[in-house]
Design a binder for this molecule. Structure first.
Ligand SMILES: Nc1ncnc2c1ncn2[C@@H]1O[C@H](COP(=O)(O)OP(=O)(O)OP(=O)(O)O)[C@@H](O)[C@H]1O
Ligand SMILES: [Mg+2]
Length: 345
């Protein structure tokens, strides 16, 4: 019989729009799986698959199954599905044999409205965990990137994830200027879908668009002209069709989301107090999040702002690493638990 432990280890859940990562105190990063749930179309309470398994089923779902991405652009759109996901991740990370449930730290975009914060509390509490604390993902990403955020200097972090871009100036442990916009990797995928629809009358799925983005798209015009063969459905005849999609077209397709990301960074820079602006010029803009890896995005931001840009070593892990760092440091954890975000529940 498995032994029952007294107190469950604390866990951090980076609840991303595309991927969820879980860190278990004293054990490290435990899980990284897509933020996806597949349910029965007729009866949405019947969950068929979660995480990796749901992703596997995604391209194979029949009419009887529906895939749900319960977090869109950083906002919970389906509390029940998020509760299912959180329950699955908690069980997978630490099991169920604990007398006392864990303390759970969850990441959120900056400026998440009270109603969405309540939805997260509700989703975690449905799993019998009452000690839930929130932390901004951009603050965690700064900690995860090893920036001196508690020093009296300014640091700038831009987390470009699947669903949101969060940009912030951080100093003395707090966000001085920050902004979150619903633009990230998924918006680039949708931009590629729209481009093919409008220019080639062709329909492709977002998963294929994501592959094209990673393979071919760039934030700067490419010097070498590459192309990929794309197979989709003719919008008029509904027959299968192929087109050649060039790097120049891919660049054009993702231009709008790249400009929106740049506008967010400029918005934050324009509101940065002059005494911190000098620190940012010196320390640079630190990029984290999966979509920050879009080819040339770092260079594009550097050219357009005139500030050095540094891409994190493992951009997708920065937020969860920072959350892990918080969990391992009781003083830091207390500070987060007593922050205004968690006091005004
Ligand atoms: N090499 C790459 N080039 C471009 N985009 C990439 C690359 N690798 C991953 N991505 C994109 O990164 C995104 C996922 O990033 P990440 O895991 O940081 O998002 P998330 O944390 O789930 O979302 P969010 O924080 O916005 O809620 C996806 O859109 C994915 O396609
Ligand atoms: Mg994220």
């Amino acid at each position: 019989m498995p032994s029952i432990s007294f107190k469950a280890p604390d866990i951090a859940i980076d609840l991303g729009s595309s991927n969820t990562m879980v860190y278990v105190r004293k054990h490290g990063l435990a899980i990284s799986e897509p933020t996806l749930v597949v349910v029965n179309t007729e009866n949405r309470h019947m969950v068929r698959a979660v995480g990796d398994e749901a992703r596997y089923l995604l391209g194979r779902t029949r009419d009887t199954l529906t895939a749900i991405s319960p977090i869109e652009n950083g906002t919970i759109t389906d509390v029940d599905a998020v509760a299912v996901l959180i329950g699955y991740f908690i069980r997978k990370a630490i099991g169920v044999n604990h007398l006392f449930p864990p303390r759970v730290l969850v990441s959120i975009p900056v400026g998440t409205p009270a109603v969405s914060r309540r939805a997260i509390y509700e989703a975690v509490r449905k799993n019998k965990c009452n000690k839930v604390y929130l932390v901004e993902k951009v603050l965690s990403a700064a900690i995860g990137s090893g920036l001196p955020i508690y020093d009296p200097v300014g640091s700038m972090v831009v987390d470009i994830g699947g669903g949101t871009t969060d940009a912030a100036i951080i100093s003395l442990g707090g966000l001085v200027v920050s902004r979150s916009v619903p633009v990230g990797g998924s918006r680039m995928d949708e931009a590629i879908v729209s481009y093919l629809k409008n220019n080639s009358s062709m329909l492709i799925g977002t998963r294929m668009a994501e592959e094209i983005k990673i393979d071919l798209a760039a934030a700067l015009p490419s010097r070498e002209n590459r192309h990929v063969h794309v197979r989709g459905r003719d919008l008029l005849s509904a027959h299968a069709m192929d087109v050649e999609f060039t790097s120049a077209q891919a660049y054009e397709a993702v231009r709008e989301p790249c400009m929106a990301i740049l506008a967010t960074i400029k918005w934050v820079l324009e509101r940065t107090p002059p005494e911190l602006a000098a620190d940012i010029m010196r320390g640079g803009i630190h990029l984290t999040g999966g979509a920050s890896q879009l080819l040339g995005l770092d260079q594009f931001i550097g050219q357009q702002t005139g500030i050095p840009v540094l891409l994190a070593k493992n951009p997708e892990d920065a937020t969860v690493s920072g959350m892990g760092h918080i969990l391992e440091n009781e003083e830091l954890l207390n500070e987060i638990m007593n922050s205004s975000l968690n006091r005004n529940k």
